[in-house]
Design a protein around this ligand. Structure first.
Ligand SMILES: N[C@@H](CCC(=O)N[C@@H](CS)C(=O)NCC(=O)O)C(=O)O
Length: 217
C-alpha cells in the first residue's frame, strides 16, 4: 500500500526486532532502521520512553503525509498491522484452524518463552552469571520443547508446511537466543531442521542480527 513511510527502532540482537525485520524483508517493505543500543541505557531515556513507555524495542513509527507520526509497539501488533496493510506474501495463511495454529506457535515464544529470558527480567532474578544462565535455559527449554511437540503435527520445511509463516518469525530468533544461552538445538531435532532451513533463505539472512551488528558491539 502506498502513502506510508516506516521507521523501525530496533536492536541488532533483539529477537523481537528480528521478527519485524524478517517480515519487512519478506513483504519487500521499505523501512528506515534506527538502532537503539540496549547495552547502554538508551532505551530508558525520555526520547525512547516516549516511543515505548516500557523501554523496549521494537517500535514501528508510521509516517503519512499531512498526519502526525504514529507509534506502534509490541512485535505481534506490528506484524499483524503489516500483514493487514501488505497481505502478500501472506505470513498468516490457510483456514481458521491453520491461522490459529500459527498464532498459537507464535505465542508459545512471544508470551511464554522470550519474556522470561529478557535481560530486564533475568537481572531481577539474580546477578550471578551461572544462575542467570540456568534460569534462561530453564524457560527456553520449556518453550522450545512445547513448540517442538505442537509443530510435529504440521511441520514441513517450516513450522507449518513448506512455506514460511509468522510462527517461524518467532521461532528462529528464539533458537538463535537458545544458542546464545548454550543450548544445543540437537535437543529439538525438528526445530533444528526448521532453523537451518530458514537461515538459508534470503529474507531470513537479510534480517539476521549479524547484518545489523554495529562495529565494536
Ligand atoms: N513483547 C515485546 C517484547 C519486546 C522485548 O522484550 N524487547 C527486548 C529485546 S528482544 C528489549 O527491548 N529488552 C530491553 C531490555 O531488556 O533491556 C514485543 O514483542 O515487542
Amino acid at each position: 500500500m502506498s502513502g506510508h513511510q516506516f521507521k523501525l527502532y530496533h536492536y541488532w540482537r533483539s529477537s523481537s526486532s528480528w521478527r519485524v525485520r524478517w517480515a519487512l524483508a519478506t513483504k519487500g517493505i521499505e523501512c528506515e532502521l534506527v538502532p537503539i543500543n540496549l547495552l547502554t541505557n538508551e532505551a530508558d531515556q525520555p526520547d525512547h520512553l516516549q516511543r515505548n513507555p516500557l523501554g523496549y524495542v521494537p517500535v514501528l513509527e508510521v509516517l503519512q503525509k499531512d498526519k502526525n507520526a504514529w507509534l506502534l509497539t509490541e512485535s505481534t501488533a506490528i506484524l499483524e498491522f503489516l500483514e493487514e496493510l501488505y497481505p502478500e506474501p501472506a505470513l498468516i495463511t490457510g483456514d481458521s484452524y491453520q491461522r490459529a495454529r500459527i498464532r498459537q506457535l507464535a505465542q508459545i515464544i512471544n508470551s511464554d518463552t522470550q519474556p522470561l529470558q529478557n535481560p530486564h527480567v533475568v537481572e531481577k532474578f539474580s546477578t550471578d552469571p551461572a544462575q542467570k544462565l540456568q534460569w534462561s535455559q530453564l524457560w527456553i527449554r520449556k518453550g522450545l520443547q512445547a513448540y517442538e511437540i505442537v509443530a510435529k503435527g504440521s511441520a514441513g520445511k517450516f513450522s507449518i508446511g513448506d512455506t514460511v509463516t509468522l510462527a517461524d518469525l518467532f521461532l528462529v530468533p528464539q533458537c538463535y537466543n537458545a544458542l546464545r544461552n548454550e543450548i544445543s538445538l540437537s535437543e529439538f531435532p525438528l526445530l533444528e531442521r526448521i532453523y537451518s532451513h530458514s537461515m538459508g533463505t534470503d529474507e531470513c539472512k537479510k534480517s539476521a542480527p549479524e547484518i545489523f551488528k554495529p562495529s565494536g558491539q
